[in-house]
Design a protein around this ligand. Structure first.
Ligand code: ATR
Length: 279
């Protein structure tokens, strides 16, 4: 009997996760099946689906919107990344316990460093947005050696509060939060990451061109949408290195796969299959 894994979310029909994990399983010769589960919109749907999946012998789950908070809440054991993110995107069922991790941030770091070839050590990083996506990214970026991290958000207070909460957990890497307007008179960054949901509504955060340092990487966590409004804004500001979040998606999946199976898959084929040109 192959081992069972799945991704759970709502909606879930368009998830790339089964394709990605199918490629990983094939390439590494792992005897496993990977399905997609719709947790539904009704309260308790996630917990019921999780219980059923475990009862049927399920070994682990990837968790996507809107269940990442609920996934952390059901865990018996959670990594510090997951606790600080306030959310989990991967669960493992072992010895009768539920273990939770959050691989979104490390997926982002690996994409930037390995796939895009930009070491983060010593870089100034600007994170746009102060929601769950930023929350999950800060600690892994600090661990990668970022010189300084700034969170800028439309609602400045949210960024300040988040920075104050996370700063004590970064081993001394400076972290500050503020509004987007403050960027007009401030420093330039070598890495600018859009972690807002603005792209999904066809908008871009109002960001001054001076925020991009010469040669900066502009990274939008959204994927599969070509040139998003944020990436257009970056290009208009003279930024030549543009990336969307497809690599982050593939790399977080690889982290989960390695955690479950003890084998790290090569991500190149999945990346090639899912990459949509930025045009
Ligand atoms: P997630 O958990 O996916 O990060 P979220 O918690 O809803 O989502 O946060 C969305 C983020 O996108 C917020 O930082 C939001 O800014 P506000 O806190 O000011 O609401 C940001 N955001 C959404 N649309 C935006 C836009 N058009 N311009 C700038 N920021 C935007």
């Amino acid at each position: 009997m192959p081992d069972r894994y799945a991704v759970i979310g709502h909606p879930i029909a368009h998830s790339k996760s089964p394709l990605i994990h199918g490629l990983f399983a094939q390439a590494t010769g792992q005897d496993m099946v990977y399905q997609a589960i719709d947790g539904g919109a009704a309260p308790g749907g996630f917990e019921r689906a999780l219980t059923d999946f475990r009862a049927a012998g399920g070994r682990g789950l990837n968790v996507t919107l809107p269940f990442k908070l609920a996934a952390l809440a059901v865990a018996d054991l959670a990594s510090e990344d997951a606790r600080l993110a306030g959310a989990a995107n991967a669960l493992r069922f072992e010895d009768g316990r539920i273990e939770a991790r959050n691989f979104d941030g490390i997926g982002l770091v690996r994409d930037i460093e390995v796939n895009l070839g930009l070491p983060l050590a010593g870089r100034r990083v600007l994170l746009l947005g102060a929601g769950g996506a930023t929350r999950g990214a800060v600690r892994p970026l600090a661990r990668a050696g970022a010189a300084r991290i700034v969170i800028a958000n439309r609602t400045a207070d949210k960024a300040r509060t988040l920075a104050a909460e996370l700063a004590p957990h970064l081993d001394g890497v400076p972290l500050v939060g503020g509004g987007l307007a403050a960027l007009a008179t401030g420093e330039a960054f070598e890495v600018v990451i859009n972690a807002t949901s603005a792209s999904l509504s066809g908008a871009a955060p109002e960001l001054p061109a001076c925020a991009f340092a010469p040669g900066a990487l502009a990274y939008d966590m959204v994927y599969g949408q070509g040139l998003t409004p944020f990436l257009r804004l970056a290009r208009a500001a003279g930024c030549a290195r543009l990336a969307d979040g497809v690599g982050m998606l593939v790399e977080q999946a690889a982290e989960a796969f390695a955690w479950w199976r003890g084998v790290r898959p090569d991500t190149r084929e999945a990346l090639a299959r899912l990459t949509v040109p930025l045009a």
